[in-house]
Design a protein around this ligand. Structure first.
Ligand code: PLP
Length: 432
């Protein structure tokens, strides 16, 4: 494995890693994959994987061919608006759109009427921030672990509407202690907004414990599932949350698709207009009761169909198996990275407490430089910088941020080993 990385660097292996599969020791590869239920041949569904080693799925995942085909089928065979016309293409498009809703809703075990399609997680969170009837003196509690998308909407609410904003601070490995919530929650707390898994440190937050505390105080719980729903089985009933958001593009689906789950509606829609009304007269309107109430305007029909197909794809692989597969790879990468001098790995040490998001730094090197080197010299795509989590970076005293490798079901032990060997090379340490 080490030789492969060295050869990539010295130019002996031009081209791409996956042209070199035969070059790898099959036994090494297979002995690892034996423990995984994810079949190797799914990689053929992701054409980009034949060109690059993709370790940036926390930013956006790749979409498999069946997702693209489902979207293309809409364009080629039944493109029409949904929920409006009566001709047969309109009916087909409407049916497929409704089916997409059902598919995605069942994926997280939500009931009818509880799921709204959005553009992404960011829009979903903003819908909650703008749609609840806030009163001065209400408190929102969020955490320093959050992505800007689960922080800025609450800051803006504080600035515009005088909401009191409470912040819980995680430990340096990302752990959010429910006791910290207990310490600041009160009867004035209207909503607690927290991520289920950190997009920087990869840790899994004990949401059920948070939910129990929220229930004791009558506070709503919004869970940011952007990095959890794509990787671990999520059941909204078990979580006990009132709102859950996630983005389609991180779960093998198309960009421009997202979801807001809400247990009870009552939220004021962000937009009103065509498609969301029951009755309109010259003097007023009545909004529909269903999810359409929150989806004014023509939705992203192809996107919804693609997202539903992505969900089907994930279900076929099995969320438990995806989780297991990514945990194995995560363990492998963390074990190897921590052995490299000059490399500091962030987040919890145990793969049981984390998803396949591995943030690290190489002493003396700017994270962006490391990412550029990984790309230029080893064809590996990773994210670098603050990951839209500037307050967390301040808290961790990492002004330049981190380098972040992130996994999905299509990554392999080959990816893991090439990545670690490349980091080792960059860190100037060839000692195993
Ligand atoms: C934890 C978390 N929340 C929210 C978001 C925002 O997602 P989007 O840009 O799809 O709205 C991201 C994106 O990286 C994320 O990682």
């Amino acid at each position: 494995m080490q030789r492969i990385a060295q050869d990539v660097y010295t130019g002996k292996l031009s081209g791409y890693l996956y042209d070199q599969r035969t070059y790898l020791q099959d036994s090494v590869y297979e002995s690892f994959s034996r423990g995984s239920m994810i079949p190797d041949d799914i990689r053929a569904d992701f054409p980009l994987l034949s060109k690059v080693c993709y370790l940036d799925s926390a930013a956006t995942s790749l979409s498999p061919e069946p997702v693209l085909e489902a979207m293309l089928a809409y364009e080629h065979d039944f493109r029409a608006n949904s929920g409006r016309g009566v001709h047969r293409l309109a009916q087909q498009a409407s049916q497929k759109y409704r089916d997409a809703h059902v598919k995605v809703r069942k994926f997280i075990h939500a009931d009818e009427g509880e799921l709204v399609f959005t553009r992404n997680s960011t829009e979903a969170i903003n819908m909650v921030a703008s749609g609840l009837p806030w009163q001065k003196g209400d408190q929102v509690i969020t955490t320093l672990l959050e992505h800007h998308s689960n922080l800025l909407p609450w800051m803006r609410l504080r600035d515009r509407q005088g909401i009191d904003l409470g912040l819980i601070t995680p430990s340096t490995d990302g752990t959010l202690d429910p006791a910290a919530l207990e310490a600041i929650i009160s009867r004035k707390t209207r909503l607690v907004a927290v991520t289920q898994t950190s997009n920087v440190l990869g840790n899994v937050v004990p949401i059920r414990e948070f939910a129990g505390i929220c229930q004791d105080y009558g506070a709503l719980l919004l869970v940011d599932g952007s990095q959890s729903v794509p990787h671990i089985p999520v059941n909204v009933e078990h979580l006990g949350c009132d709102f859950l958001c996630f983005s389609g593009h991180k779960m093998l689906g198309p960009t421009g698709t997202g979801v807001l789950y809400m247990k009870k509606s009552g939220l004021e829609p962000l937009l009103v207009g065509g498609g969301s009304v029951e009755q309109v007269t010259a003097s007023g309107y009545t909004l529909t009761e269903g999810y359409e109430r929150y989806e004014a305007g023509t939705p992203n029909i192809a996107g919804a169909i693609g997202l539903a197909r992505a969900v089907e794809y994930l279900e076929t692989l099995g969320m438990d198996d995806i989780r297991h597969h990514e945990q194995q790879l995560t363990r492998r990468i963390i074990d190897d990275l921590t052995g490299i001098e000059k490399v500091q790995v962030f987040g919890p040490g145990s793969e049981g407490d984390r998803i396949g998001v591995i943030s690290f730094a190489i002493k003396g090197l700017n994270p962006h430089d490391v990412a550029i080197m990984l790309d230029g010299e080893a064809n590996i795509m990773v994210r670098s910088g603050h990951h839209c989590c500037m307050p967390l970076m301040d808290h961790l005293n990492l002004p330049e941020g981190t380098v972040r490798a992130s996994l999905h079901c299509y990554n392999t032990p080959e990816d893991a080993d090439l990545f670690v060997d490349s980091v080792r090379k960059i860190a100037g340490d060839f000692k195993r």
